[in-house]
Design a protein around this ligand. Structure first.
Ligand SMILES: [Mn+2]
Length: 358
């Protein structure tokens, strides 16, 4: 993590204060700077300068904070907290804040606590810093990818006539947590038959029956870092259209992965994949972007889309997930996580990709 660069990009900013609010306004950037792997840290602050990082937290989190090699300041009342904030930011006029990470109410309250500061939005600089992963972050992302892949390998064995979508999602979540995930990184999508035609299907209780396509989109969180993978299976032999759909999506995915390298425009990667689908009988049925960045958020940053000029750089981690959807019939999506390297991409999710009939 290049904190120096953050200050170089915001020359007048002398310190950055990141507030991690409650359940509804958590700021993952708090965990980006602190790399704290456990704990909630509600109502806590990270104070970042060129040379230092301080965690300002309540007694509730003291144990957890002190378990890592960090400079920790603990308050036992709101008054003490406000005192600490004043003390650490003393002499600073321009204080960097992540506007997109705190609620408007929290912003107003911060202004009230520190009336002599100019609060400057450094959110975009933090976001661009977060796009390039450090070695430590890549290790965590690879572990999250290993866990999701392990669970993926178990899915064919779970498919039984009468199993509901909800049951399958629960079993996938169980496998991920059994293998070391702290939680799923988002609500697992399990969609059978026509439900697979909805890219973001949720909350289904359809029962699995012979001839159904099974689409599962799931991710694991490991030390707060997310993986995101989709696999599509056939419960019984698919008809020709579904079979061709699968082979087309798989080919499109390979073309996308092949086009990844540092310096490449994400639009070009999307195009390489989209071309495969649009030159087949499934033309126009790939209705979303090819992929997004992953990290502390499952949708960490834009990456691969026909609408965005976004240049890939070494150590970004992105998903590649083409899909084809036919309303009322079904859909196929195949998604993997890829680390951008100098000359290509390293796929870090490993569950089998080839067509599987259960
Ligand atoms: Mn995804």
């Amino acid at each position: 993590m290049d904190v120096e660069k953050l200050f170089d990009l915001n020359q007048n900013v002398e310190g950055i204060l990141i507030y991690n609010g409650g359940e509804s306004s958590n700021d993952p950037s708090f965990f980006y700077f602190t790399q704290l792997t456990r704990g909630l840290f509600e109502g806590s602050y990270a104070f970042v300068t060129r040379k230092n990082l301080k965690v300002i937290t309540s007694q509730l989190e003291e144990e957890t904070a002190r378990s890592e090699d960090l400079d920790v300041e603990v308050f036992s009342s709101g008054k003490e907290r406000d005192q600490l904030l004043k003390e650490f930011t003393k002499g600073i006029t321009f204080l960097g804040i992540n506007f997109s990470g705190l609620s408007h109410t929290d912003y107003l309250s911060l202004k009230d606590k520190l009336p002599d500061k100019e609060l400057v939005d450094v959110g975009e600089s933090i976001a661009s810093l977060r796009q390039i992963k450090s070695e430590r972050e890549i290790t965590k992302l690879k572990e999250a990818a290993r866990i999701v892949s392990k669970a993926g390998e178990e899915i064919p064995g779970m498919l039984k006539e009468g199993l509901t979508e909800g049951e399958l999602a629960a079993r996938v979540n169980y496998e991920m947590m059994k293998n070391g995930a702290s939680s799923p990184s988002f609500d697992t999508i399990a969609a059978f038959g026509p439900d697979a035609a909805e890219p973001h299907f949720s909350g289904g209780n359809r029962k699995l029956k012979r001839g159904d396509v099974v689409l599962v989109d799931f991710g694991a969180k490991y030390e707060r870092y997310c993986s995101d993978m989709t696999r599509t299976y056939f419960f019984g032999k698919p008809d020709k259209e579904m079979h061709d759909m699968y082979e087309t999506v798989l080919e499109a995915q390979s073309a996308g992965i092949k086009a990844i390298k540092s310096g490449q425009n994400g639009k070009v990667v999307d195009g390489a994949s989209r071309k495969v689908i649009d030159s087949s009988k499934f033309k126009g049925k790939f209705i979303h972007g090819l992929g997004h960045g992953i990290g502390l958020n499952v949708h960490d940053h834009p990456a691969l889309s026909p609408l965005t000029d976004f240049y890939l750089r070494e150590n970004m981690v992105v998903t590649v997930e083409p899909g084809v959807y036919i309303p009322k019939k079904g859909g196929v999506r195949i998604e993997d996580d890829v680390v951008v390297t100098k000359n290509g991409g390293q796929v870090i999710t490993s569950a089998p990709r080839e067509l599987q009939i259960v």
